[in-house]
Design a protein around this ligand. Structure first.
Ligand code: NDP
Length: 290
């Protein structure tokens, strides 16, 4: 058996096209153009690429893109002043502060300063709390993308044994919360989990968010399961050129799983698409119940 390859690139493109249609409707019916503001502090090559892609895809979706760049020497007060301005700006519906911030700036302080109704990354404690008590909220983008990809294979996930490897606040914990909402039976594994292989072996759905190249072996995968690989790891290949691999040994899992996401081209493209979806949701006021 060879697994279905879940084409995150195509699924993200279809989601962006659907968002663009909904943005056009919001504009024509309510005169609202969703606006996404990105704040970038300092110079980080990976962040630059990500911010450029976000800006381009925001415009392609028919939204307004705002970019605020500050030097690495900017103070925490400088960043907080921009966040306060964006919180008050009615043209801005989503605010994203690109991480990592320089070490002298407290990430938690900045993230908590963002208006929770504009927190399109879903990292504000209000949104984290709402996610855990099952209220409507802005949920983190990569986890939302993971669940969407799994649902392209099996629209109803209820009752599945889901194993999430990783417990970060960015991926592991929120994806586990989202899977609970889908009525999965969820196990969260981490670096202190005993016998990770046997935990993964009972999963109908595996979400690997570890950051360790190919840690999940094919022999760990239950035949017929769905495998969502969040990991992005740069390794040297035989010819010495760097290449990207996930947290799952792809070739091994491919012959056991029912469906699997490739790296790259799986979860990665979904993150910005889900960010645009959150921005649209924020602009439509879906989340503003209190
Ligand atoms: P973190 O480093 O914050 O978390 C990694 C998690 O993996 C931790 O909970 C850690 O456990 C666990 N872990 C580490 N080693 C092991 C091990 N040997 N066995 C079991 N668990 C282990 O990473 P992130 O969650 O931020 O990211 C995870 C991966 O996903 C990275 O490769 C990252 O690049 C990628 N990523 C991809 C995104 C995308 O858009 N595609 C977006 C975000 C991340 P413990 O808590 O005990 O330390």
């Amino acid at each position: 058996m060879t697994a279905e390859i879940i084409d995150g690139k195509a699924i993200a493109a279809a989601l962006r096209a659907d968002i663009a249609r909904r943005v056009a409707t919001l504009k024509s019916r309510h005169g609202v153009t969703p606006g996404l503001a990105v704040v970038l502090v300092g110079e980080n090559a990976a962040s630059e690429v990500y911010v450029r892609n976000k800006g381009r895809q925001t415009l392609e979706a028919g939204m307004t893109s705002f970019e605020h760049r500050l030097p690495a020497t900017a103070s925490e007060a400088d960043v907080l002043a921009i966040v306060a301005r964006l919180n008050a700006d009615p043209k801005v519906h989503g605010i994203l502060v690109q991480l990592p911030l320089p070490p002298h700036i407290h990430t938690e302080v900045v993230l908590r300063a963002i208006d929770p109704d504009k927190d399109v990354d879903g990292f504000h404690p209000i949104n984290v709390g709402k996610l855990s008590i099952g209220e409507p909220c802005l949920a983190p983008c990569t986890p939302t993308g993971c669940v969407m990809l799994a649902k392209t294979v099996q629209p109803k996930l209820a009752g599945l044994e889901a194993v999430v490897i990783g417990r970060s606040t960015i991926v592991g914990k929120p994806v586990a919360q989202l899977l609970l909402r889908e009525d999965c039976t969820v196990t969260i594994a981490h670096s202190r989990t005993r016998d990770l292989a046997s935990v993964v072996r009972r999963a109908d759905l595996v979400i690997a968010a570890v950051g360790r190249p190919e840690i999940v072996r094919g022999t760990w995968i239950k035949p017929g399961s769905i495998v969502i690989d969040v990991g992005i790891n740069r390794i040297a290949s035989v010819d010495g050129k760097p290449r990207l691999v996930g947290d799952v040994a792809y070739d091994e899992a491919l012959v056991v799983a029912r469906a699997i996401t490739p790296v790259p081209g799986g979860v990665g493209p979904m993150t910005i698409a889900c960010l645009l979806q959150n921005t649209l949701q924020a602009a439509a006021g879906v989340n503003r119940a209190g």
